[in-house]
Design a protein around this ligand. Sequence first.
Ligand code: TRP
Length: 336
Amino acid sequence: MRKEIFLTGITTTGTPHLGNYVGAIRPCIEASRSANTTGFFFLADYHSLIKCQDPSRIRRSTREVAAAWLALGLDPERTIFYRQSDIPEIPELTWILTCLTAKGLMNRAHAYKAAVSENRTAGKKDPDKGITMGLFNYPILMAADILMFNAHKVPVGHDQVQHLEMTRDIAKRFNHIYGEQFVLPEAVINTNASVLLGLDGRKMSKSYDNTIPLFAPEKKLRKLIMKIKTNSLGPRDPKDPDNCTLFGIYQAFADADEIKTMRRRYAEGISWGVMKQELFEYLNTILAQPRQHFEELTSAPDHIETVLQNGAAKAREHSSAFLQKIRQSVGIQAVS
Ligand code: TRP
C-alpha cells in the first residue's frame, strides 16, 4: 500500500507557544509515528516574509521553531523536515500555478478581503493601501507547498481551510489543462478541543500577544500562569471547569484520571491561587526535559542546520524529479 502523505508548514514569525504545541506540533508528531504515513513538515520561511520584514526575527524564529519540533520528539529520520526556502522547486512551481490561477479566486481570499475591508473602514482612498502582492498571492505559494509533494492530508487550523479549497481548485485546473499530475489534498482540521485559550481568555495566538511560550524559563512560566485571567469566585465557591482557561490548559496535558480528579476539585471549590500553582508545577514537570533539549539545540544551532539540510536533500529527491515532469507538461523543456 502506498503511504499516505501528511504535510504541514509552520510560518516562522514567532516563538512556539503552548497553543501551537497542542493544536499542531503534538498531533503532527503523533501522526508521523504511524507506519502508514509519511510526514512532510516544513518551516514556511517564504510565507513569513509576507507578515514580517524584520530579518533578525525571522532568523530567530526559524531556529526556535526547528529546535522546538526536534526537542518535542520529531524524529527527522522517519519524517521529512525541511525549510521551504531550501527547495527552489517550490517558487518555480508557484509561478507555473500563478499563470493558471484566476485573479478572481484570489480576490475572494479571507486574508486579502479582511485587509481591504480594514482600509475601507479606516476611510482610505485606495482600498489596496499597504497590501503587497505577497499577501495577495499567499494562497498560491501555499498551494505549491502542498502540490509539490502530492500531499493527501494537510493538518491546519480553521483559518486555513479556504486555502486548502483554493489549492484543490488550482490543482484541478492544472490537471484539466495539462493532464493529471496533482493529488487533490484534504484539510485535516484541528478540533475545538485542541484550541487553548491565552492569558486574556481569547484563543492563544501570537496575533493577540497572549501566549505562553513553550520553553519559557521556569520563573517566567510561573509568572505567566499567575497572570491568566480568571473570574472573581472566591476559595470554596464551586467553579465551572469547562469555561476556564486554567482547566483547558491542564486538560490538554493531563490523562483521563487526572482530569476527573481536577473536575471534582473544581466542584469542591479549589481556589484560583492553588489551581495556578498546581498548573504551573504540572506543566513545569512535563516541559523540563524538552526545555533543556531545546536550550541545547538553540545554543549549538549547527546541529539544527544539518538536520534541515538532510531534510531538504530528501525532499528534493522528489521535488526536482517532479518539477521536471511539470515543466514538460506545460512545455518548458529543451528544444531538441
Ligand atoms: N499558511 C499556514 C499558516 O499560516 C502555513 C503554511 C504555509 C502551510 N504553507 C503551508 C500549512 C502548507 C499547510 C500546508 O498556518
